[in-house]
Design a protein around this ligand. Sequence first.
Ligand code: HEM
Length: 227
Amino acid sequence: MRLARPAQRAPGPQLATRPMRNRSTALWIVGAFATALALAVAVLAALGAGERGTHVALQATARLAFVLFWPAYCAGALAALFGPSFQPWRRRVREFGLAFAAALLVHLGLVAWLTYIGHAPSRDTFIFFGSAAACTYMLVLFSVSHLQRALGASGWWLLRIVGLNYIIYAFAVDFFRLPASASAKYLMGYLPFVLLCVAGPVLRVTAFGQRVLTSGGKPWHSGRSSH
Ligand code: HEM
């Protein structure tokens, strides 16, 4: 008969939940990548893998990536402004960010395909959107806790402010680029994305203002990060 080991301590709550958390983060990453890939494959199958099909697949994957990016950008502000109902979003901010980065990989794969078939985007597009992609993967890299510690609280705060705002600006630039001759139906398709691009920074600035007013001038980047 085996004896129970009375002296053994139960693992602390963090140790017990970390593998589960890692598994759920991995699920978010794989899920987002698989969804973006399925979307791209479906569009290319329907419209062909030529220039037009690839452009539509780029649009579809950009929209999916945006839907994942937006909560990563805003969850902290939403929780600060509207309270506990947004706490589950806030707790998942890192997962949303990593899922966005995973979906963006498919978008970048489509860019590579477009270039391969002889319709490379312009140099300016590479520089402007390439910088947004670089910000994305810098944020991914420094979301790893020991790298983040090496960067320091102020460095991580600065990277998030610059990176996240540059990324939403890149989304806005593309979503706002509407042809003058666009039909009402076409415009309606863009409206939610345009509104969210505006609402995001407004929410963050409002939450920031509220924090400055309530913290009485204490440095706002010395506490725990929300990303
Ligand atoms: C974080 C990085 C990126 C963001 C935020 C982003 C965002 C977007 C958005 C919002 C769209 C349009 C979606 C729509 O019209 O519904 C789009 C499409 C596109 N993107 Fe990206 N993109 C990124 C990276 C890149 C890179 C690095 C390139 C190429 C160098 C690129 C090339 C394109 C192209 C060619 C299209 C299709 C344009 C069209 O057919 O209208 N993107 N992207």
